[in-house]
Design a protein around this ligand. Structure first.
Ligand SMILES: Cc1cc2nc3c(=O)[nH]c(=O)nc-3n(C[C@H](O)[C@H](O)[C@H](O)COP(=O)(O)O)c2cc1C
Length: 697
């Protein structure tokens, strides 16, 4: 059955839909089992509710956790989870997913010690117990962006993965390199233990390096081909980590048991059976981990969060709409995990991906445990929206509906209207999270760049993409006509979306905001770069009203009303950084410098200066900062027609820095203003003009 959005107002409606789809969802009568102890190895946890690893992309450049990172985990500990499975932490610099991904090293060990102490202490203080902390040791493999730029390190050429992210033969890592990582996993385990974690997870899921190796049927050499070879690095990494095991410190693994791709490109499938899951090999792996490596507990998951996102985490809206009902995804996940549990009952198994079921995810987790499909459930997106959910279950038997119910769009029933009123901040948070995180494994922010298909706008879009934003490019031409330039974004591995329209058109502005929300879920940055020069340069005494209206309509009116629309959207959103949003207006030195042959342009740019001040004033108290950059003479299409004039002026020394400005000069300034380096600045402008504004004698 086709994809549809979540719309179940009662448990019965959900059960009815499951029946119609002919799937079986484990839904318990109550959640009592979730608050019973969970035992594996020598460990007993007070409950069976855990937090899934969720990369926050808020680490510091040296890999240590930032204040935001620590606060997030402290909140989760206070919320009452028995276990917190920390996000992916890189084991080597070249395997980092971004400059903001956590990376534990000998140099920043103290920062991690402080974090685990703070998290455990928060749990003890709030709930009388410290949560069990698992560190996820990872190598991002083909998703490595160590310097903020893609530097894929792949196991083999994968046509599905490479549709989205380019790679070539030179990206295939050598056997020697893979061999060297075995020891790195050992070191990661030692570091994790010293940092105060209770366990280390040798991560093999979601298409990262170890998981990709598990399907490397076509790779030659000792890490490809046979089951033994494909799982060699995982098993040897675990072996290396086990050297540091103690009664208080365990080695575990998060294993992807099914990728969602047919043989020879996916784990958990069989040749000739297409994408139908065949769990023979995953079961063998889990059995061996238990019997040969004495691993007492694993977490199981599926899919790839970039390409087969719906397999990892079913959703309503996202990067693509899959060709299946989201409840199928839920059923595939839990029954796949259940098949492994039934085949290897002695292994304690924690399951994944309950959040799509929102207010019923607690009964679902309880049902899965009652039916013997797993022993514990890790909650992902829900924990971002409402970290207190475990204590709500403890205290009231259920997750607080206000925290998870997403019924705002459903009309026509009394209970629902009631819910509409009740659903507040948390509900909005979850619906944003469910629709907003559309690809990858980090809570990325979104930037809109108008006029972003070439010149200064394209340079800004690219720079913000490299800074980690997912970027919406808005420009007038159809996408095909811009691809020649936009492929730069693709090649840089940037997540981007193109919307065509003009900012002086009310409907286009509205569509820009709506489509951005549909695609990426939120707007964190708006760069008002779109602007036009007069079609004909005419003396002030000859300027036509038509030209004035055109230039003012796009440059001034368009900027004014798009900013208004976006600011209102930002006000509705959950803050996920240190400010609610940033707006940067691309003005011009023409705001002050008179050019009597294009007066309408100068007037429009001085209007931008006032728009900057007005919005800065209005939005400062809301946490939205508004800035302006004023480019001088920049080498773009717009100035190409007057190149000789400016070449001459540069040669004559008109500009203290004697060269043309570049789009990248402007992009660098915009990037800095969007960062957290200017948190006590708003309503200002920066001249990007080689010093042209300096008055000289
Ligand atoms: C923003 C985000 C970040 C994630 N980061 C990680 C990660 O670091 N490691 C990992 O194994 N899974 C990661 N995941 C996957 C989640 O752990 C989880 O498997 C997935 O969200 C499904 O669970 P849910 O339905 O409860 O959200 C991430 C998911 C999201 C949405």
């Amino acid at each position: 059955m086709q994809h549809e959005r979540f719309h179940y107002r009662t448990l019965d409606e959900l059960k009815e839909k499951a029946k119609e789809l002919e799937i079986q969802l484990p839904l318990a009568k109550d959640t009592k089992i979730l608050m019973t102890p969970y035992t594996f190895g020598h460990v007993t946890l007070p409950n069976r509710v855990g937090i899934a690893p969720m990369e926050g992309a808020d680490g510091l450049p040296d890999g240590s956790p930032s204040e935001l990172t620590v606060n997030r985990y402290v909140r989760e500990a206070e919320g009452g989870s028995g276990m917190i499975w920390f996000e992916a932490i890189s084991i080597v610099p070249e395997g980092r997913s971004s400059l903001h991904q956590l990376m534990l090293t000998r140099d920043n060990l103290d920062a991690y010690k402080k974090m685990t102490e703070a998290v455990k202490e928060a749990g003890r203080r709030a709930n009388g117990f410290a949560p069990y902390l698992v560190m996820q040791a990872n190598h991002s493999g083909r998703y490595s962006n160590p310097q903020g730029k893609p530097a894929p390190m792949i196991a083999y050429r994968h046509p599905e993965y490479e549709k989205l992210r380019k790679a070539d033969d030179s990206c295939i890592v050598s056997d020697d390199y893979l061999k060297s990582l075995e020891e790195k996993f050992g070191e990661a385990a030692w570091l994790a233990r010293e940092a105060g974690f209770d366990a280390v997870d040798i991560k093999s899921c979601h298409g990262y390096l170890l998981a990709e190796l598990s399907s490397a049927y076509i790779r030659p050499g000792m890490y490809g081909g046979s089951f033994e070879n494909r799982t060699r690095l995982l098993r040897n990494g675990i072996q290396a980590a086990k050297a540091y095991e103690t009664d208080q410190f365990l080695v575990t693994a998060r294993i992807g048991i099914y990728d969602g791709f047919a043989y020879p490109y996916g784990f958990g499938v069989k040749e000739g059976e297409g994408i139908i899951p065949n769990l023979e090999e995953p079961i063998r792996l889990i059995r061996e981990l238990h019997e040969d490596y004495q691993m007492p507990m694993v977490n199981l998951t599926m899919g790839n969060p970039y390409v087969s996102i719906h397999v990892t985490r079913p959703y309503d809206m996202g990067k693509y709409i899959p060709d299946e009902h989201p409840l199928y995804g839920i059923a595939r996940m839990i029954h796949g995990i259940g098949e492994v549990k039934k085949a290897v009952p002695q292994m304690a198994i924690s399951a994944s991906a309950p959040t799509y079921l929102r207010q019923y995810s607690d009964l679902y987790a309880a049902g899965a445990i009652e039916e013997g499909l797993c022993d514990q459930m890790l909650f992902g997106r829900l924990s971002f929206a409402d970290p207190d959910f475990p204590n709500q279950i403890r205290d009231t038997g259920r997750i607080d509906r206000k925290g998870v119910c997403d019924m705002r769009k459903v009309r026509g029933s009394d209970p629902c209207r009631e819910t509409d009123r009740m659903c507040g901040e948390k509900s909005r948070k979850l619906s944003e999270i469910l629709s907003g995180i559309s690809g990858g494994e980090s809570m990325k922010q979104t930037a809109i760049v108008t006029g972003g298909s070439r010149g200064i706008g394209l340079a800004i879009a690219k720079q913000l993409g490299l800074d980690g934003y997912q970027v919406v490019v808005f420009a007038t031409k159809p996408l095909e006509d811009c691809m020649e330039h936009l492929k730069e974004l693709e090649e840089a591995g940037i997540t981007w979306h193109y919307i065509s329209g003009t900012i002086d058109n009310r409907e286009d502005r509205k569509r820009l905001v709506e489509e951005t929300i549909e695609t990426f879920g939120r707007i964190d940055v708006l760069v008002n770069n779109a602007g036009v020069a007069p079609l004909v340069r005419a003396d002030l005494l000859e300027m036509t009203e038509e030209s004035y209206d055109r230039v003012m309509g796009i440059n001034a009116k368009g900027t004014m009303f798009l900013t208004q629309l976006v600011a209102n959207q930002m006000l509705k959103q959950e803050v996920i950084g240190r400010k609610r949003g940033t707006i940067v207006n691309v003005g011009s030195c023409s705001a002050e410098v008179s050019s009597i042959s294009r007066g309408e342009y100068c007037i429009s740019k001085s209007a931008i200066a006032m728009i900057t001040k007005l919005f800065a004033d209005r939005l400062a108290g809301e946490g939205i900062l508004v800035h302006e950059v004023r480019p001088g003479v920049i080498m773009t299409d717009m100035t190409s027609t007057v190149k000789e004039k400016y070449d001459r002026l540069i040669a004559e020394g008109t500009f203290p820095i004697p060269r043309w400005g570049t789009p990248e000069d402007v992009a660098g300034a915009v990037s800095a203003l969007c960062s957290d380096q200017f948190l006590y600045t708003t309503g200002n402008y920066i001249d990007i003009d080689g010093g042209f504004h300096i008055k000289r004698l």
